[in-house]
Design a protein around this ligand. Structure first.
Ligand SMILES: Nc1ncnc2c1ncn2[C@@H]1O[C@H](COP(=O)(O)OP(=O)(O)O)[C@@H](O)[C@H]1O
Ligand SMILES: [Mg+2]
Length: 347
């Protein structure tokens, strides 16, 4: 029997990979398709294996092909990862680190931005994705509010070019989703926008891609867990007890069996107050030892404690993260956090 390749492609276009909301052909998941006699052989490229979706999609493809070309056709599908294929859009990214929190306003973006800067200061190549649909803030923190990412054509595909500032490659969901629209309209666009930020952007070679997640547990977190191979999540909290209930909820989500994003550890932000003119003083205005207590309760390391310093806020507003200021004690705290994160990843 003679099976035409175009016919095979047509059949496979009917198979949807729901995590990315498109068919497996247009998502570029078909690799090394070989047709010989009555055998159809190809590799199916997934973001990661061990997901229920891998079997569901493979079985659906087998069934559709047998229906189209006859039951005696041998369908030989090998699921592989984008990493194994060595080409995926994020193939050049060695570690993806998600910055999560239970609720907003705890300093998640501040930590994401300054960790990115601090990792870069250790000599690593770093990218930062602002995926916070509720309040994208990377453009402001890096002073690129009025800029727009460019496009480049690569292998016949249009790719987004991240904006580079302070040696860090940056993209924000705020560039692609209208944040003046009510959340109910932004929400459905958010996951597809995140996929574009990750998959359709030319990130190149990176040691770390930091993702500033929205607070809590929602579609963005789910998409990320299901469709990308996340190295680990860093959870940010403040010392108040009320914050912890939300942190625990977020941590529990990451630990769900089918998601399994490893929790690298906890960062206690606003752990104590240090006045500008008395950098050696530490006032534990919300009480001491809460961060350590939270980390112990979750069974994860306390990666670091960041003080409340007026300068953190003003530097964030002025588009130059405090971690760039080598003389500031806060920059030192973030540098320590960066080394600790590296150490935890290598474990
Ligand atoms: N350690 C800190 N000291 C002083 N201000 C801080 C600190 N961390 C965050 N902030 C300020 O608090 C506000 C909320 O921080 P942000 O990082 O945007 O939180 P989130 O991303 O969790 O919503 C910002 O104005 C930020 O500058
Ligand atoms: Mg934020």
């Amino acid at each position: 029997m003679n099976i035409e390749k175009s016919k095979v492609i047509e059949v496979l276009k009917g198979i949807i990979y729901f995590a990315k909301g498109d068919n497996i052909v247009d998502l570029g998941m078909i690799d090394e398709l070989i047709i010989s006699d009555n055998t159809l052989r190809f590799r199916l490229v997934f973001p990661k294996l061990g997901e229920p979706a891998v079997n569901i999609v493979s079985n659906a493809a087998t069934k559709a092909l047998k229906e189209a070309f006859g039951d005696s056709t041998i369908i030989d599908i090998t699921p592989i990862t984008e990493k194994e294929k060595g080409r995926g859009p994020l193939a050049g990214v060695r570690n993806i680190i998600a910055i999560a929190s239970g609720k907003g306003g705890v300093g998640k973006s501040t930590v994401a931005a300054n960790l990115a800067v601090a990792l870069s200061r250790t000599g690593a190549k770093v990218g930062l994705v602002d995926a916070d649909i509720y309040g994208p803030s990377v453009p402001m923190m890096f002073g690129i509010v009025d800029e727009a990412p460019g496009m480049i054509e690569k292998e016949g595909k249009q790719m987004i070019v991240p904006i580079e500032k302070y040696g860090i490659r940056l993209l924000s969901i705020g560039f692609f989703v209208d944040t003046d629209k009510p959340l109910i309209w932004r929400g459905p666009m958010a996951t597809s926008a995140l996929n574009q930020l990750l998959t359709d952007a030319d990130w190149g070679i990176l040691d770390f891609l930091i993702i500033d997640l929205p607070p809590g547990t929602g579609d963005i977190q789910l998409t990320l867990a299901q469709s990308y191979s996340i190295t680990g999540a860093v959870v940010v909290t403040t010392p108040q007890k009320v914050a912890f209930a939300d942190v625990r909820r977020a941590a529990t989500m990451f630990r769900q069996e089918k998601l399994t994003i490893p929790l690298l550890g906890l960062i206690e932000n606003m752990a104590y107050f240090t006045p500008l003119d008395m950098p050696e003083k530490k006032y534990y205005i919300f009480g001491k030892g809460h961060g350590e207590g939270f980390a112990n309760a979750l069974g994860i390391p306390l990666i670091g404690q960041i003080p409340i310093v007026e300068q953190i806020s003003s530097s964030g507003d002025s588009g130059s993260p405090i971690a760039l200021d080598e003389d500031s004690p806060v920059a030192k705290a973030f540098l320590e956090v960066a080394y600790k994160v590296k150490e935890l990843i290598n474990k």
